[in-house]
Design a protein around this ligand. Sequence first.
Ligand code: MD3
Ligand code: FE
Length: 227
Amino acid sequence: MYGWAVGDMAGLFPRPRAVVAPGAVHVPEWLPVERQRALVEVCREWARGPVPLRHTVLPGGGVMSVQTVCVGWHWQPYRYSRTADDVNGARVADFPDWLAELGRAALVEAYGEESPVGTYAPDTALINFYDGAARMGMHQDKEERSGAPVVSLSIGDTCVFRFGNTENRGRPYTDVELASGDLFVFGGESRFAFHGVPKVCPGTADPATGMSRGRLNLTLRETGWGV
Ligand code: MD3
Ligand code: FE
């Protein structure tokens, strides 16, 4: 076991930040626990409506084990819209300015002040909830009409995140543990890499984060789909 998310071992084995591939930067323990808890609270509100948290149904009839709710723009396979036409038809909640600000702070953290932060204007958040059995298969995120970086924030249970290549779902890939408070930014060459979540580690969450069980992941994105 390692990582300072692990109860008694807190701080003994800090995980170093890592550039996993060009443009792919992992910053462990970026979000303070109070900030994680505040995000969990607002995600709980968004999960109630106007569009409820639900399992996305894929065009082939498959149902994702992950549960998702969107803010700003609604993602459905494989497009963005303002209304959740595959759920209840409601318009999704507005994307708040403070969340775009958090996204810009994440870019500065990952890339430094010379990052494209002045022009970074994320307009959507996909919020994924994983119970202990949820997984996400290897995929690319290609619905955005912007090549801007994707910012990922993890809260709750630790997971194994698989970061692959831009050619196919298979090897080479790198497995990285994402724990509560971790930031991951995917820009440049890494923006269109295949990636997935093969495993969640149940019971690893610190209840102080507001997550007694399961894992929450927020991704901030520029959709490029409109104003
Ligand atoms: C790399 N979510 O919502 S976050 C997704 O943990 C998604 O819920 C996973 O993949 C999760 O689409 C992984 C890390 C992530 C998100 C978006 C990316 C990595 C990415 C987009 C491009 C490249
Ligand atoms: Fe993805």
